[in-house]
Structures are given as structure tokens and as C-alpha cells.
Ligand binder design. Structure first.
Ligand code: GZL
Length: 351
């Protein structure tokens, strides 16, 4: 059953986000040909199983797919929102198979549990493109290709920023007492961002006081942060695995009578985050409430279209396509960071 998310609400969101995201993001979108289909040409049908609408990132990701796969460009998009439940995604994929769509696109909520349904899609001869988070399957032949972010690199860059910041502010690395407000447990973004933090904790001698699920939502981010502030009096960095958790963390910090900011020495609590999609996140960065954001590019629509165009023309796509991403901060003295032997520019978001 086709379920099209109400476009008016999303459209409003996307206008703000895309303007912001385009303003901040360095990543260029691959150009899909905008040629309209020849008269009477069959539409290419795409079944898209989306995680849900849990975050600003997710809404921007959904809108990118909706904007890309339109009838005037020769596509029919069947959009299914799984409300963050894997079983709903599996049901949606089975519906797509029954409807004999031309392509199945899946943004998997978590990495495990996909072998059986992907086997069914393969048996039906329908190519499956995985976007955003990855799937952990016994046979990589069960999907055609994947496009998304390098979540461990996102974490490595954000942690390299924190290490550099401490060095410049003459804050000893072992003064860092950090809690991790994790994303949806078992999702690639959570696995990568949590692992990247743990690697940095070991390398820099920070203290990882706790890890708690924040499920990428503002409400859970607020709840988890409040618990951490009550439990750990010495915490001075809150590492949020997306911006919506960070918005909740800022509310909890204020409710606890503390101040969010990068002046750890003066007792402020530093908030680090990921995504950088919404105007609110950029405003919080500019105001110094969030100290650093690891960009996570949600605009996968054009990339998936390029993949489908190639497949239509018999061109085999790369198995794994990683998108380029920046790191944002308002701290003007730190314009470049190094990690894993490479340098990355820091995009300074001016006051
Ligand atoms: C990352 C994506 C994550 C975002 C969150 O690619 O999977 O899920 O960081 C979203 O905002 O909910």
C-alpha cells in the first residue's frame, strides 16, 4: 500500500535544511540526467523502505529521495516509513517483491537480520540498493551496492577536533570526562561513532564515563543526558551521536543549572554532535552551545539515481560508495585537523 509522507510538512523542513545544508556542506551531489522520459516510456518503479522520521537527518534523507524519483523524471517511488521497526521494513520489501518493482532501495534500521528477505528479493531478480546504514549479511551478493557515510571517520574527525582543541586551550587530555549518548543500538552509524570515540579515548587518555542509548531522538537525548549529569558530577563533554540528541542534551544541561559551551575550564559542558543538517544545529554551533558537528550528508537521492541509471545502461556500480563530509565548528583558531595520516579542513561557522 503506497504511503506517501505528507509533503507539505516535509517540504517546509527541507527548504530550511537544504538551504542550510547546501550552505555548509562541501559535498557535491552527482548530477543525474534531468532528461524527461520519452513519451509513453514505462516508469521505473522503485520501492523505498525508509527507517522512519526520527530525526532532521532522516527527514532530509527522505525528501532527497522523494525529490529525485518523480514521475516527470521517469520514476514511480513507493515510499514506506518503517517507524524504526525492522519487521515493518521486511514486510515492505516483501510487498515490493509482490508488486514486482524494478528496484528495491533500503535504509536499514540496524545491520543484522536481512539475509532471508534479501534472498527472497534476489530469487525474484530485483536489484537491492542499500543506503545510509549498512547490512551485515552472509553473502554480499544479496545486495547490488551501498551508498552512505564512513561513520568511524566521522567520529575520528570529531575526536581529532576535541584533542586539538584541548591542546590549544592547554587542557590536559586526561581532564576529559566524556559520556556517549548513543544512536540506535546496532545501527552502522551508532557502531561507527561509538567505536571511533572508544578508539580516541584509548589513544588520548580520556575517561569514557558511560555509554547510554539516545535513539537519535531529542526526547531520549534529553532523558539520557539528565541521567548522566545526575550520575557523573565530573562529566565535562557530552558526545551526542546526532543533532536531535544534542538538542535534548542542551535542554538537560540547562535544566540541571549548568552551561553548555567549550570553556571546560570554567565548568561549561562541551557538546559534540553529528549531522549538521538543520538550521537549529547551525545556530547552536554559532551560539557556542554545540562546539563541533561531524557532518553527515543525507542527500542520497541523486547518488541512488546515478546508480540506477548505470544499472539501466548495463554499467556495474561500485559495491561501496562513501560520500565526502566535512566537520563544522565556530572555534576560529582551529581550521584543520589530522586523523589516520590525513588532513581535513574544519568549516568555520562564523558568528
Ligand atoms: C546517519 C544516519 C543517522 C543520523 C541520525 O547516516 O543513519 O540516523 O545521524 C539518523 O540523525 O536518525
Amino acid at each position: 500500500m503506497k504511503s506517501v509522507i505528507s509533503k507539505s510538512i516535509i517540504l517546509l523542513m527541507i527548504v530550511c535544511m537544504t538551504a542550510v545544508f547546501a550552505g555548509c556542506s562541501a559535498a557535491e551531489e552527482p548530477e543525474g540526467s534531468d532528461a524527461a522520459p520519452a513519451q509513453g516510456e514505462e516508469l521505473i518503479t522503485i520501492g523505498f523502505s525508509q527507517v522512519g522520521a526520527e530525526s532532521d537527518w532522516r527527514k532530509a534523507n527522505s525528501q532527497s529521495m522523494i525529490d529525485t524519483f518523480t514521475k516527470d523524471k521517469g520514476y514511480e517511488l513507493i515510499f514506506e516509513d518503517a517507524q524504526q521497526k525492522q519487521q515493518n521494513q521486511i514486510t515492505a520489501i516483501r510487498t515490493f517483491i509482490q508488486r514486482e518493482v524494478d528496484y528495491i532501495v533500503v535504509a536499514p534500521v540496524t545491520e543484522d537480520g536481512w539475509d532471508t528477505v534479501l534472498e527472497e528479493a534476489k530469487d525474484a531478480g530485483i536489484p537491492v540498493i542499500i543506503v545510509d546504514r549498512q547490512v551485515a549479511v552472509s553473502d554480499e551478493g544479496l545486495f547490488t551496492c551501498w551508498v552512505g557515510s564512513d561513520f568511524e571517520l566521522e567520529a575520528a574527525k570529531a575526536c581529532a577536533w576535541l584533542k586539538e582543541y584541548c591542546d590549544r586551550q592547554r587542557i590536559k587530555q586526561d581532564e576529559i570526562n566524556i559520556v556517549d549518548i548513543q544512536g540506535t543500538i546496532g545501527s552502522s552509524a551508532q557502531i561507527g561513532r561509538s567505536k571511533g570515540l572508544k578508539d580516541a579515548v584509548r589513544k588520548n587518555g580520556w575517561h569514557l564515563l558511560d555509554e547510554v542509548p539516545g535513539e537519535y531522538t531529542q526526547a531520549k537525548g534529553r532523558e539520557a543526558t539528565a541521567r548522566m549529569l545526575a550520575k557523573h558530577k565530573d562529566v565535562n563533554v557530552i558526545y551526542c551521536e546526532n543533532d536531535n540528541e544534542a538538542f535534548g542534551a542542551l535542554e538537560a544541561i540547562e535544566a540541571a543549572g549548568r552551561k553548555a559551551g567549550s570553556n571546560i575550564r570554567a565548568g561549561e559542558i562541551m557538546v559534540i554532535s553529528f549531522d549538521g543538517v538543520s538550521q537549529l544545529a547551525i545556530d547552536d554551533l554559532r551560539a557556542g552551545k554545540i562546539s563541533c558537528i561531524g557532518e553527515c550528508n543525507p542527500l542520497h537521492g541523486p547518488r541512488v539515481r546515478k546508480i540506477i541509471e548505470n544499472l539501466e545502461n548495463g554499467v556495474t556500480p561500485e559495491k561501496y560508495e562513501y560520500v565526502d563530509e566535512d566537520i563544522f565548528s565556530a572555534y576560529e583558531e582551529l581550521t584543520e585537523i589530522q586523523t589516520e595520516g590525513k588532513s581535513y579542513p574544519v568549516k568555520i561557522i562564523g558568528k
